[in-house]
Design a protein. Sequence first.
Length: 267
Amino acid sequence: MATICHSRRVLVEIPAPQPKISARMRRSYLEILSSRMAPSSPTSRNRNITSNSKRGQLLDPAIYRAWNSRSEDHSEKMEDNQAPLSNQQLVQLIRSLILVEQGQRSEPRAPTTDLKLLLEDLHLKKANVYRSIPYSRLGSNRDAHCYRKAYPHLVVFKVSCQEWGQLLLQNEEWESVLEHALVAGRYTSELPQWETSNHNLVREQCYNMLAAHSITALQHYCPEPSKARELLRRFKIALVHSQLFSSCVQELERILGEAQMSSINTH
């Protein structure tokens, strides 16, 4: 028996026409590039930041904080993305800041140096020389091996003697120069005596610098007879450690002789 298929018509409901959706027109590459290169106004930047912060509040608090800090850092980097200053511009900026600070001061202060701090620093560096020497060795602790351990600290001590003396000379603090030379000379005499004579050159260099500083100070400064006699006594003690201070002794004797001749002529 043959199967007879009857075609049935199905009524299909035709939907109503949908409103036309306005599609976003694609921009060209030049328009996108020009919009990115155009500087954005601070109001629009702030508006974007606030909108991003509102959008991030819907996330997890930890993720929101990390995302918010990252966006703020990015905005700061965008604002600070400027050409770096050259060395000359940095020097001019620092000089201008110093001049502004000096101009804001009500009373200009004279350059003064705390001699006590300079001598304490020198004493500390002398102690560092002894700390660097290994005392656990079975042999002598004044040989070449110990000298190599202490040599960097000896150089630091010598440089400090030179720099502090020059600083006092530049400030024209003549009494402090003489006091520094005497105390630094005593610290120099307390440095280790090495077995090799060439290793003691640092001591001689320190004595030479301190004597030169003292002579320069005595050429610009004429102490009173009482102070001159006290300085002469102390420089004679320093003469025991190094004969380089003999010129200082002669200069003080000359100052005392001139003071005595002037007192005799006045009477």
